[in-house]
Design a binder for this molecule. Structure first.
Ligand code: HPA
Length: 275
């Protein structure tokens, strides 16, 4: 199924009826462990996904499932506390639906965060990575189907999905905070099973530094509609096969919890520079 432009507008209109004249500039998709940043938004108005026409629920653990509008570091933001994943049964179009709605509400920048497996063996679990590019070659694009020209062109350029100027901003912020920020390529896998060791070796040969089950669809849609994008990955665990131990959700959530201070400081510092 393809959503129509009118459906995106209906979602935006409903949210508009809740937030009045407030105009968010930066949309944020918070991944595992960072969802709490939605709770520190000032002058917050929260809108549960379930209330918004055409929105899907977020069922992943640690994902609250609501949009929070307000200010962070003085910047008007729209925070997605919880995202949709393909492994939950949603199509890629559904996974990225909210991004277009937030664009209609005035957001021109998207900040994405996630937890992912570390493929680069020079790094370690707990490191933070600035996403410089992504690989999503399996399964269809969120842009598959009729193109909606109100959002962008049929064949969008993807040379700089992650905005170079925002990457510079992140490097500067990390330097000022004394955070050793790694940089690399995020490779998307659909999940929900973690990758096999052979798939992780494949990802490494393909040029990936991290593997994860989110983010790439939303970023494709954001690029299509001309949004600037900044992305961060918390390398919550060494990817499969690197250490002689099984991967678990508990490990991911524990790492996310342990790193949330430095992660949120970095994101907030970037926001401050945007403001
Ligand atoms: N693989 C895929 N997704 C993940 C991982 C991983 O190792 N860790 C956290 N999310």
């Amino acid at each position: 199924m393809n959503y129509t432009f009118e459906q995106y507008q209906q979602s935006a209109d409903y949210i508009r009826s809740k937030i009045g004249a407030f105009s968010p500039k930066v949309a944020m998709v918070l991944g595992s462990g960072l969802g709490y940043m939605g709770d520190i938004v000032e002058e917050a108005v929260a809108v549960p996904y379930g209330e918004i026409p055409h929105f899907k629920a977020s069922t992943a653990p640690g994902h609250k499932g609501r949009l929070v509008f307000g200010k962070l570091e003085g910047v008007p933001v729209a925070v997605m506390q919880g995202r949709m994943h393909h492994y939950e049964g949603y199509s890629y179009e559904e996974v990225a639906y909210a991004v277009r709605v937030l664009k209609l509400l005035g957001c021109d920048t998207l900040i994405v965060t996630n937890a992912a497996g570390c493929v680069n063996t020079s790094w370690k679990a707990g490191d933070l990575m600035l996403i410089t590019d992504q690989i999503k070659i399996f399964m269809e694009s969120p842009l598959r189907g009729e193109n909606l020209p109100q959002f962008g062109v049929r064949f969008p350029d993807a040379s700089h999905l992650y905005t170079p100027a925002l990457q510079d901003m992140a490097r500067k912020a990390a330097g000022e905070l004394g955070i050793a920020l790694k940089e690399g390529v995020y490779m998307y896998f659909p999940g929900p099973q973690y990758e096999t060791p052979a798939e992780v070796r494949f990802a490494r040969i393909a040029g990936a530094d991290a593997v994860g089950m989110s983010t790439a669809p939303e970023v494709i849609v954001a690029g299509h509609c001309g949004m600037q994008v900044l992305g961060f990955t918390l390398l919550s665990n060494m990817a499969a096969g690197i250490l002689d131990q099984p991967l678990s959700e508990e490990e991911v959530l524990e790492a996310a919890e342990a790193c949330k201070d430095k992660f949120s400081k970095l994101v907030l510092s970037c926001l401050k520079q945007m403001g």
